[in-house]
Design a protein around this ligand. Structure first.
Ligand SMILES: Cc1cc2nc3c(=O)[nH]c(=O)nc-3n(C[C@H](O)[C@H](O)[C@H](O)COP(=O)(O)OP(=O)(O)OC[C@H]3O[C@@H](n4cnc5c(N)ncnc54)[C@H](O)[C@@H]3O)c2cc1C
Length: 214
């Protein structure tokens, strides 16, 4: 018997990164955001998605689902915006993550909601419902977006006003962003919050627009 026959086969590299959770914010009981440390070798284009998951319970297979990356491609942390589906195989557990916990992340980001897929134009409309805002959070925080388009308008439509988790960011926080704050701070055509229904109608369809004009 040769040495090769005696030695164990080389370990296959894992298909997933195991990443530390750095931050969690619950917007509502059904909607939360979290950030993880970004692996040094992880590259993606703003707007792409990646598989996110948790180890299987009782040693079972990991539970993985597609997630849009909500942070821009230059950010040192990776941000995600997640629904919590009651009895959902992943999110009924993911909703309980805390800083210091670990999540699994696939190594191959992909997707077509990226700037490369677009021809140029004056105005870029980024329209999303619910967690469909996630890829636009990434694209709208990427300086390349403002280099390509004269104006960028983000529309977020949700079932409940409380689900407009990023409204404050789009109406004021984005103005402080060191990379895109200047472009995003240009006067909007109308008050961004005027499109949002009053909090006294919490079950109305709500939408919120943040706009950037040249
Ligand atoms: C390309 C892609 C990108 C995605 N990006 C995100 C993201 O950024 N954030 C996110 O929360 N989810 C996203 N999803 C959905 C995500 O993959 C999971 O379905 C979701 O996290 C629920 O997982 P689960 O295992 O708990 O329940 P699942 O068994 O996967 O879903 C149960 C049911 O919940 C409903 N549902 C699932 N996800 C959503 C959702 N996001 N909004 C409303 N209803 C939903 C559907 O009716 C679904 O049949 C994306 C899906 C795709 C295909």
């Amino acid at each position: 018997m040769t040495d090769a026959a005696l030695s164990p086969p080389p370990a296959r590299p894992s298909a997933f990164h195991e990443l530390e959770v750095l931050w969690v914010h619950h917007w509502t009981p059904q909607l939360f955001s979290f950030r993880v440390a970004r692996p040094d070798d992880f590259r993606f284009r703003s707007g792409e998605f990646v598989m996110i998951g948790l180890p299987g319970e009782d040693g079972g297979k990991p539970v993985l689902r597609a997630y849009s990356i909500a942070s821009p491609c230059w950010d040192e942390q990776l941000e995600f915006l997640s629904i919590a589906v009651p009895d959902g195989p992943l999110t009924s557990r993911l909703v309980n993550i805390k800083p210091g916990d670990s999540v699994l992340m696939g190594k191959k980001p992909t997707g077509t909601l990226v700037l490369d897929a677009l021809t140029g134009g004056d105005t870029l409309w980024l329209i999303g419902t619910g967690t469909g805002l996630a890829p636009w959070l990434s694209v709208a925080r990427d300086p390349d977006t403002y280099a390509r388009f004269g104006r960028v308008i983000v529309c977020h439509t949700v079932r409940n006003v409380a689900d407009l988790g990023y409204r404050d960011f789009f109406t004021s926080g984005i103005h402080d962003d060191p990379l895109i704050g200047e472009e995003a701070a240009a006067p909007a055509p109308s008050s961004p919050t005027s499109a949002c229904p009053p909090a006294s109608r919490p079950s109305a369809t709500a939408s919120c627009c943040a706009a950037q004009w040249p």
